[in-house]
Design a protein around this ligand. Structure first.
Ligand code: ADP
Ligand code: MG
Length: 727
């Protein structure tokens, strides 16, 4: 074993589970580090408390005087939690969260200082943001950007810092982050859904989108992680012979969690709970060393902040347990990748889940309305939804026969399929008699509240109805859910608006309300039928069938990102006040750029590792073989040819793999240089996909063959079996 690899292996063998503070009642920790409404009531004058409560509920403005009161209260509370600094916490388009810390401490004279935090500092800040991606927005206009307080997500304290969730915008008003468009989309779906709810219940004044994410991840020991430059630099291994035993036996899934891992999980869960993140579920996933963590769902914006916070928390706490968290969508070829299922629904302020079947015909008609409209929205904008989850890393996972395919379709289960088929058939084209209507309502009333077949759900569907919510499964594990959630909520908002308009038009023409709704639903059911698919989404037949149905199969990020060039997409987002064309094109450019950079980094690393690590190890082993062949000749003379047959064959094989690997790396380097010269970013990305990334598999094939041939002692990197099974 090479020195580094041997040392790493030894380190892991000697690890013990970390002891963490035992907490008997986790509930007592919940929200301990959050400046939530209860704390505000305690710290704020009544007037300010009411004002902020209102702002949280309906997004109303907070005036400067109140902001000052909130800032002072926040600071006092934060100081009581040991905070010394504050930061505006935001979500730039890099994908990670960003923060810049400033001290509360302020000198006010010789030897005199105070702790200060004002409304001005709470409401707005100007981070030096020139290095954040902006897709050209800040080149042509004002160069600066600023962060602005989002009162709908509460401030929190993490390691002595008060964090204030904020949006990040250019001086010209364009969004430079993921949060601002999400807030706008949520506002839009709220307004559109409330209007539709009025058909059923006049008391509804607010509809919130809800999000329950399920975060998958891998855990790798830090020593082994650090001995793998590829994992360290790109989040995935670029070479590696698949271990003899991978996940074939399915013995990891839901298996007992190793002690060291449990200690880590308990630790980060406790910290998450203190931050008000209601994590409740943990289990082993399918691949070795793969795990999942899920909280109870929350309002979408808050849930997304919590997901980002949790990802950050996991990474920090993993280090304390000598682990590294891998959030990449496909760290190990040949093993399952990681996703982040986004469970989504709509909830009213009257306590109704609009995607849960109800108790009577009226509530079921409401359920069907939102259910069918969502399906129609997906039908109309499937390619946009696909584009919203496109990234270089998610490309390794989608359509990989273990993750949802890149073709977007909707699964609803057999009971609801039947219910929709019946509706479609039984609604009469002409005027409906009172008897027709009664009969229909009776049928609608029969949709059971608990849908049995949804427990045995179709795991191959990218967008599945699971009893009382839809589950968008194609989101990548490292992604910021805000982006797909922005798209989903916008397209549903748009569809609900169209629905309202059409139903109102039918009513104006003399249809009764229920009849108008039913007839409109019937039309939507018929139109959107091609998007519904109940079969095996991993099968080749589905790919053919989907083509016949006219569904798009945007196989890779570059093809998917092109969707953002479409004028209709710009109109859709502008009409709904979510993103302007300029903002969309800027985002598209940033995504293309990220795609290129990620492939570029991987290519450079492959060049380095093959040339400086793998080839030297292979040659060293080959030299030993050559020595051996020579020695045999010395000892055995003429009869040595037979005795050294295997060795000679190995020498030839090694040379052959080295030369093919080296040649492919050379082609890759040439192609990379050519691609870099391409001016248009979209074409450059396509060239990276078709000519640079295309060499990866060829190179890995030869590298993996060499791994199999070369003496284990000489191999420079921890092998996959060591990374995935050593504990
Ligand atoms: P799994 O998909 O792993 O079987 P569950 O059915 O338990 O898991 O639910 C997955 C997630 O769905 C959980 O995070 C849960 O909070 C979330 N969820 C449940 N109801 C809703 C809802 N109405 N809106 C959004 N998410 C929800
Ligand atoms: Mg799920």
């Amino acid at each position: 074993m090479s020195h580094v690899r041997k040392q790493a292996y030894q380190d892991v063998l000697h690890r013990k589970p970390q002891s963490i503070n035992k907490v008997t009642k986790v509930s007592t920790l919940f929200g301990e580090n959050v400046f939530h409404l209860e704390v505000m009531r305690e710290y704020l004058p009544d007037e300010a408390y009411k004002s902020i409560k209102q702002a949280i509920a309906d997004g109303s403005r907070i005036d400067r005087r109140i902001a000052d009161m909130v800032a002072t209260a926040m600071k006092d509370w934060a100081l009581s939690k040991g905070a010394t600094h504050y930061t505006h916490w935001f979500q730039p388009l890099t994908g990670a969260t960003a923060e810049k810390h400033d001290a509360f401490f302020k000198p006010v004279g010789p030897g005199r200082a105070i702790e200060q935090f004002s409304g001005d500092l709470l409401v707005q800040q100007e981070p030096d943001a020139s290095s954040f991606p902006h897709g050209g927005i800040r080149n042509t206009f004002e160069a600066r950007g600023y962060t602005a307080w989002d009162p709908s997500s509460p401030a929190f304290v993490i390691s002595n810092t008060l964090c204030v969730p904020t949006i990040f915008i250019a001086y010209t008003g364009e969004a430079l982050d993921y949060k601002m468009p999400l807030l706008k989309a949520l506002n839009e779906v709220d307004k559109a859904a409330v209007e539709v709810c009025k058909y059923f219940d006049k008391n509804v004044t607010k509809v919130s989108a809800t999000l329950g994410w399920e975060q998958e991840y891998f855990l790798i020991d830090k020593a082994l992680f650090n001995a793998r430059p590829d994992l360290m630099m790109t989040g995935r291994v670029l070479f590696g012979q698949a271990p003899a035993k991978g996940q074939q036996l399915d013995d990891h899934y839901f298996g007992s969690i190793p002690e060291r891992v449990t200690a880590f999980m308990r630790h980060f869960e406790n910290e998450a709970i203190k931050l008000g993140i209601p994590v409740t579920t943990r289990h082993n996933e399918v691949a070795p060393n793969q795990f999942e963590c899920a909280p109870i769902f929350e309002e979408c914006n808050l849930a997304n902040d919590h997901n980002l916070l949790l990802m950050d928390l996991m990474e920090k706490i993993a280090r304390q347990h000598d682990f590294r968290v891998i959030l990449h969508e496909k760290p190990f070829a040949g093993l399952n990748g990681s996703g982040k299922h986004n469970n989504w629904s709509l909830a009213t302020d009257t306590g109704v889940n609009l995607l849960a079947p109800g108790k009577n015909p009226k509530s079921n008609l409401q359920f069907l309305t939102f259910f069918v409209n969502t399906i129609k929205a997906i039908y109309d904008h499937a390619d946009l939804l696909r584009a919203s989850i496109a990234s270089a890393s998610n490309d390794h996972r989608l359509g990989g026969h273990e993750a949802p395919p890149a073709i977007i379709s909707v699964f609803i289960g057999s009971q609801l399929t039947k219910a929709l088929d019946d509706l479609e058939k039984n609604i009469k084209a002409g005027k409906m008699t009172p008897q027709d209507k009664t009969e229909l309502k009776l049928n609608i009333g029969k949709i059971p509240q608990i849908l049995l077949d949804n427990t045995d759900r179709n795991r191959t569907s990218p967008f599945a109805f699971t009893g009382n919510k839809f589950e968008f499964r194609a989101v990548g594990s490292s992604a910021n859910c805000a982006h797909p959630m922005t798209v989903l909520n916008t397209i549903v908002a748009q569809q609900l608006k169209e629905f309202k308009k059409n139903v109102d038009a039918r009513i104006a023409k003399g249809n009764g309300k229920d009849e108008a709704i039913l007839k409109e639903l019937q039309q939507l059911i018929t139109t959107s039928k091609p998007i519904r698919f109940e079969g095996n989404g991993y099968s080749d037949e589905w790919v053919k069938e989907a083509t016949k149905r006219g569904l798009k199969n945007l196989k890779d990020a570059v093809s998917a990102l092109k969707v953002w060039s479409d004028n209709k997409v710009h109109e859709l987002f502008e009409k709904n006040n979510v993103l302007t064309k300029r903002e969309i094109l800027a985002r598209q450019e940033i995504e293309f750029e990220k795609y290129i950079l990620r492939i570029q980094i991987e290519a450079r690393l492959i060049e380095d590792l093959t040339q400086n690590h793998i080839i030297p190890a292979a040659i060293e082993y080959q030299n030993r073989l050559i020595q051996n062949v020579k020695g045999l000749k010395d000892v055995l003379g003429g009869s040595s040819t037979e005795a050294s047959k295997v060795q000679t064959k190995l020498i030839e094989l090694i040379s052959s793999h080295i030369s093919k690997m080296h040649a492919a790396a050379g082609v890759m380097l040439d192609n990379r240089k050519k691609a870099n010269k391409i001016e248009a970013i979209e074409e450059r990305a396509a060239a990276y996909r078709d000519t640079v990334k295309a060499q990866f598999d060829i190179i890995a094939y030869h590298a993996n063959k060499l791994e199999k041939l070369v003496d284990d002692d000489l191999w420079p990197f921890p092998k996959l079996r060591e990374m995935l099974f050593t504990r």
